[in-house]
Write a protein that binds this ligand. Structure first.
Ligand code: NAP
Length: 287
């Protein structure tokens, strides 16, 4: 078999951000308002600090404003909910990103649910999940939405394909499965209690790995010619798929880093530009 196509997440994320930049410029021209994303960080986890900085930088790169709210590690759920409500009520803010994970004393689900659906540009609320699952306007969860940008950019036709999603988290595996379903794939969702995972993965024309275990999916689990989309991002820039053994079995594959990773922030930025357009009474599809 010939070498697989290596899916270039950096290139796709650049294209998505260019679209967002054009939309932002048109919003500014039409309304005089600059779209704004606020990042909310609770605590001082170094990786979370880096992620929120990266998100704000990318906002600015497309001409949007960014704001940061940093709260101490000992913040209570009530204090965080009050801050998110204040940001939700502020008409100058068009998108709210609460950096995950929050410290353990906080009810993270309650905090996510405090984000108004119109500003949930990271797609983390139950309302956003429901809208996405019902094919209604709303925001997809950013990482699976970024994976869909890769699917679209590489003209991957999901219709009738068997997609196997490994992982069922509310921010990745579950929304990914719904998005693949909307693209007419036949979807199987696997998790830690799945029996004989390799034999289930073997049925996948498309395999999405969202497990959080480095090099977990092995090449000999794959069907010949499978499309491998690795959402994993483990310490040391290691994915959830064992790239070396998966590469020769696949027809398309995302590397780590440089595959799924860059598209998550691009999706967030793009959705913020769409959210701003809607909140300002413009049709994002005509911008
Ligand atoms: P998570 O919340 O920990 O969920 C992991 C999922 O994997 C769970 O559903 C779990 O099953 C399943 N799992 C664990 N061990 C398994 C096993 N032995 N066999 C089969 N399934 C197993 O993780 P997440 O937040 O979804 O993240 C998954 C990966 O994506 C991580 O590597 C993370 O770093 C990466 N990620 C990347 C981005 C990005 O921007 N690119 C964003 C978010 C996450 P149960 O439900 O049964 O426990």
């Amino acid at each position: 078999m010939s070498d697989p196509t290596i899916i270039d997440g950096k290139k796709v994320s650049k294209q998505v951000q260019e679209q967002a930049a054009q939309r932002v410029e048109k919003i500014k021209q039409a309304t005089g308002v600059t779209p704004c994303l606020v990042t909310v960080l609770v605590g001082s986890d170094p990786a979370s600090i880096t992620y929120t900085q990266m998100k704000r930088k990318r906002c600015e790169a497309v001409g949007m404003k960014s704001m940061k709210v940093e709260l101490p590690t000992e913040t209570t759920t009530d204090q965080l909910l009050a801050k998110i409500k204040e940001l939700g009520d502020d008409p100058a803010i068009h998108g709210i990103l609460l950096q995950h994970p929050v410290p353990s004393q906080i009810d993270e689900r309650a905090a996510f649910e405090a984000i108004p659906a119109s500003k949930d540009v990271d797609g983390v609320t139950i309302a956003s999940f429901g809208a996405m699952a019902f094919d209604l306007p709303g925001f997809g969860c950013a990482t699976p939405a970024g994976i869909c940008d890769l699917i679209d950019a590489y003209d991957i036709d999901c219709t009738g394909k068997h997609a196997v999603v490994i992982g069922r988290s509310p921010i990745l595996g579950k929304p990914m499965a719904m998005m693949l379903l909307a693209r007419h794939a036949t979807v199987t969702i696997c998790h830690s209690r799945t029996v004989d995972l390799p034999s289930v993965v073997k049925q996948g024309d498309i395999v999405v790995a969202a497990v959080g275990i480095p090099n977990f999916v092995k090449g000999d689990w794959l069907k010949e010619g499978a499309i491998v989309l690795d959402a994993g991002y483990n310490p040391g820039n290691v994915g959830d798929c064992d790239y070396e053994s998966c590469f020769p079995k696949s027809s398309m594959i995302t590397p780590v880093p440089g595959g799924v990773g860059p598209t998550t922030i691009a999706a967030l930025i793009n959705q913020t530009s769409i959210g701003a357009a809607r909140q300002l009474g413009l049709d994002p599809n005509n911008l």
